[in-house]
Design a protein. Structure first.
Length: 99
């Protein structure tokens, strides 16, 4: 399971918090331990100025993160959809993150 994030999963003062952090926190709460990959860049600058987000465009056709790729290779874009997925799919048994 891989979670693509912007520059990290840091806290942010923006309303609603930092979407990448919110998605990561929800996955951890659901018992998952996703590999976190930073893609840096700034999506609004467009494709040419965002070579590091090429994988995001390959997966979703756009530049915005967070993007989750599950162990079943399901691609989920948008923090709210990732949070909903995590709530609906708690990790079980061997999948659960071992502290
Ligand atoms: N509604 C989206 C917003 C996500 C968002 O704002 N992502 C930021 C990173 S935290 C981003 O990629 N912004 C585009 C940019 O870098 O310009 C969500 O909740 O996932």
């Amino acid at each position: 399971m891989k979670l693509y994030v912007c520059w990290g999963t840091f806290r942010s003062p923006r309303p609603g918090g930092h979407p990448c952090r919110n998605a990561h926190e929800a996955l951890l709460e659901a018992g998952w331990d996703p590999e976190v990959e930073r893609v840096y860049g700034l999506g609004v600058l467009g494709d040419t100025l965002n070579p590091t987000r090429a994988k995001i465009r390959e997966l979703t056709g756009q530049n915005i993160v967070p993007v989750l790729v599950t162990d079943e290779d399901e691609v989920i874009q948008d923090s709210r959809k990732i949070i909903a997925w995590a709530k609906a799919n708690p990790a079980s048994g061997a999948e659960r993150a071992t502290a």
